[in-house]
Ligand binder design. Sequence first.
Ligand code: PMP
Ligand code: GLU
Length: 394
Amino acid sequence: MNQLSDRINNLSTSATLAMAAKARELKEEGKDIIGLSLGEPDFNTPDFIKQAAIEAINQNYNSYSPVDGYSDLKAAIITKFKRDNNLSYNAKQIVVSTGAKQALYNIAAVLLNDGDEVILPCPYWVSYSDIVKLNGGVPVEVKTDIENDFKMTPAQLEAAITPKTKMIWYSSPCNPSGSVYSKEELRALADVLQKHPNIYVVSDEIYEHINFKGDHFSIAEFDDMYDRTITVNGVSKAFAMTGWRIGYIGAPENVARACNKMQGQVTSGANCIAQRAVITALESPASKIQYMVDEFKERRTIVLELLDQIEGFKTNEPEGAFYVFPNVSSFFGKTIKGKTINSASDMSLFLLEEALVATVTGEAFGNPDCIRISYAASKENIIEAIKRIKLALT
Ligand code: PMP
Ligand code: GLU
């Protein structure tokens, strides 16, 4: 009997989580898999944050929190937005959620009607298209090129807009390309949007601190964009807190109120201990987490140097996050070790089986020519993994 809803039957499994699960399963079977599939820092949550959580437990934080988050956490978020992004929000514009993932889901649920279009510059983070579809929206993919660092141009944005366009969603620094939009590039996109005042922008800034250029810019900083931008952020990446599940938004008041209502029916407030710990995380100076960013930068250099030695892998230089997104299409049609590689998915599977290295197919991110390699892994594992990839392909 299959009585599952059409909605769930039509939903894809998250490719990042599926690959991570597969790698875990093979490891448990005794296979020596190196996982470069999951976007998850390999660092421990810093001790000063863990300490704050322990104190919260001892202070008996055990009740439901307000649905949109503790007021002192919201105050810390407001200070963070002002300090890091020059954005002024009041408490009614902030909603704390169970990860940025829930924040994104809330946004889709409260803004989309059936048939509304959401522009997604490709490659986009794996869950965007399914979150949009699950809420009746229609993803409109805008292809970008590695030569342009996978960035959408104003002309491409203009061409993708129709009377049904409701929103545009992007991440900068981008998962999976690592690209960072500069202030000038965002201004050029905002100029296009000026002609279309009813389109919202969802700016996913969860990799804000993992930026090797060092000049993060939030599109809501432009006065003409502030009222129609939802700025999404969270602590999973920069603070190595993926499992703590805290994300948040700064948004126009009516959108924040709607997200609060939505969350009140679905999950209630996010985990209370994690919220207490995040106050400490957000109040700390960026220098406290700089060691992780420095390490990611060194790993990026290693990954790029090693991948450049593999004939057929075409890379660009990502400016942030912890991913590289090489184009592997030159292998398509070739048979190696008796296996024909016709797509990025074939390549990803080939690398898992022949090199015992887990990556993610670019198809999941809307780009069928590339694979995603996460360098949120030790240098030792990165070096060994790329050595194996090279060996398997030659
Ligand atoms: N946005 C992007 C671009 C991501 O890579 C992720 C992955 N964790 C998320 C949002 C969701 O983050 P979380 O739910 O862990 O806060
Ligand atoms: N965002 C991370 C990734 O892209 C974690 C997995 C997920 O939430 O999908 O790998």
